[in-house]
Design a protein around this ligand. Structure first.
Ligand SMILES: Cc1cc2nc3c(=O)[nH]c(=O)nc-3n(C[C@H](O)[C@H](O)[C@H](O)COP(=O)(O)O)c2cc1C
Length: 192
């Protein structure tokens, strides 16, 4: 049987991104569990803002096709999203919108979402830790009929959350991260 693979997508391109840092910490935990992990940057998949006229004229951009196939090559997907004005940032929503437009031969639309497990996490300097962005992202992915695992991680006060070794300082945060990874691996195995 092929090895289990999990894809990690940070939803921010910003230098010093708190969400990219959390994505790296979760990817590290996945690797420690002995699971193959791929962590990408959406900077390597630039996409225009979704526009139906653009799609009608030029088709779906190659980067959307590449992203969809990248997702399709993994049994589990983790999206780590910032919270912008109580929701997901355009980078994350636009990526999902374009990927939902990709339909490979012999597939139904959105099949790539339905056939794998998704996990969601967020990091914010605020007390809520991006909880509202997680609610929005869960709704979007569920509407795409993805299986979104029950566990999630909203990292509050994320700018102060790590020690000098980049480990989470609060035991409660570390436990939530581990529980998220355990459950993502468990649900991803059903997609093999
Ligand atoms: C347009 C905008 C809206 C924001 N809205 C929220 C918000 O609703 N809740 C929140 O906790 N932080 C909010 N923030 C702060 C972000 O959480 C913070 O900038 C965070 O560091 C962004 O993620 P990153 O570090 O991964 O780039 C907002 C930031 C921007 C730029």
């Amino acid at each position: 049987m092929a090895a289990l693979k999990i894809l990690v997508i940070p939803g921010s391109l910003r230098t010093g991104s708190l969400n990219a840092k959390l994505a790296a910490a979760i990817a590290h935990e996945i690797a420690l569990a002995g699971v193959e992990v791929t962590r990408i940057s959406l900077a390597d998949f630039p996409l225009p803002i979704y526009d139906g006229d653009l799609q009608a004229k030029s088709g779906v951009p190659k980067n959307a096709v590449n992203l969809k196939r990248m997702i399709g090559a993994h049994q589990g997907v983790l999206i780590v999203t910032p919270e912008y004005n109580s929701s997901v940032p355009p980078l994350v929503k636009n990526m999902i919108d374009w990927v939902t437009r990709v339909q490979d031969l012999h597939e139904t639309r959105g099949q790539v979402f339905r056939e794998r497990a998704f996990a969601i996490a967020a990091a914010s300097e605020s007390r809520l830790g991006g909880t509202r962005a997680l609610a929005a992202l869960r709704l979007i992915l569920t509407a795409c009929r993805a299986t979104v695992i029950p566990n999630q991680l909203a990292l509050s006060y994320a700018n102060e959350a790590y020690d000098d070794m980049d480990r989470l300082k609060q035991p409660a945060d570390a436990e939530e991260l581990e529980a998220l990874v355990r459950q993502l691996i468990e649900f991803s195995q059903y997609s093999m």
